[in-house]
Design a protein around this ligand. Structure first.
Ligand code: ZN
Length: 271
């Protein structure tokens, strides 16, 4: 099995004045001996367009794999125009900004429609998002759609919903992020999740390898360290091996704790 980068989510790594916070993401990666970082390019709860980063050149030029996570507020599936239209705009801005830092992909949650809506409308909104962008030459970095933990009428919480979404967006080259905490929260069988997803999407581009503080099927999204959550650690390592893809840890913990998790993963996935 090829060695894939193992990274850690480090957030924006910027001060409010758009300066590097404590050296920024590349310093965090060095502290943890990580091969990669996942960053936000702005406030994950905000609608502002990302600003050019002071470390853009360093991120692009370095050998640390960079993944960008889109803001959580973004929901391109919704039938609410006042959310969907700015979401599309924000997604485009983040894709541009992700390219500027040399990101290998832009992670975006599958989103949802309101309880009274037909989920098919959300799927069609996703299709339109990709179709419009394809007319403009496509996204400048791969868009990686992530499964989510809960919510009714979600586009990528349940496998049957994911299958309907992929029928609409697969042809545009959409990528997939498997989040193990979210999959557990949604009641997926993690022993078969990699095969189940691949049967639908044909691909897993990235794994968010997270444990969960809650029991299976809880719909709750509370990440736990790889060792010490409700998901057996061996099951998580099995997912990491089976996925055969880059990994980003979104686990709680300090640099030393993340360095330990990376070492554990490296030994579990090598050879
Ligand atoms: Zn995630």
């Amino acid at each position: 099995m090829a060695a894939h980068p193992i990274g850690v989510h480090v957030g924006p790594g910027l001060t409010e004045d758009n300066e590097l916070l404590d050296g920024g993401p590349l310093v965090r990666a060095a502290e943890m001996d990580a091969d990669g970082v996942q960053v936000f390019l702005g406030d994950p709860q905000g609608w502002k367009a990302p600003k050019p980063r002071p470390d853009a050149d360093a991120l692009r030029a370095g050998d640390v794999t960079v993944v960008v996570h889109a803001p959580y507020v973004l929901n391109v599936a919704t039938t609410n125009n006042r959310i969907r239209i700015p979401s599309r705009k924000l997604l485009g801005q983040h894709a541009q900004a992700a390219a500027a830092v040399g990101a290998v992909g832009l992670v975006v949650h599958g989103g949802h429609v309101l309880a009274a809506d037909d989920p098919a409308a959300g799927v069609d909104n996703w299709r339109k998002t990709f179709a419009r962008q394809a007319e403009a030459g496509g996204f400048p970095v791969p868009l990686l759609v992530e499964n989510t933990a809960g919510g009714g009428n979600a586009m990528a919480r349940d496998l049957d919903a994911l299958a309907r979404l992929w029928e609409a967006v697969g042809e545009f080259g959409a990528g997939f992020v498997l989040d193990t905490c979210h999959a557990w929260a949604a009641g997926w069988d993690l022993a078969t999740a990699v095969d189940d997803v691949r049967a639908i999407t044909g691909r897993i581009d990235l794994v968010h390898l997270n444990n969960s503080r809650d029991p299976a099927g809880s719909s709750r999204d509370r990440h736990a360290p790889l060792v010490g959550g409700e998901i057996p650690t061996e099951l998580l390592l099995d997912v990491a091996r089976a996925a055969d893809a880059p990994i980003v840890l979104e686990t709680p913990g300090d640099a030393a704790a993340h360095a330990q998790e990376i070492a554990l993963l490296r030994s579990a996935t090598s050879g």
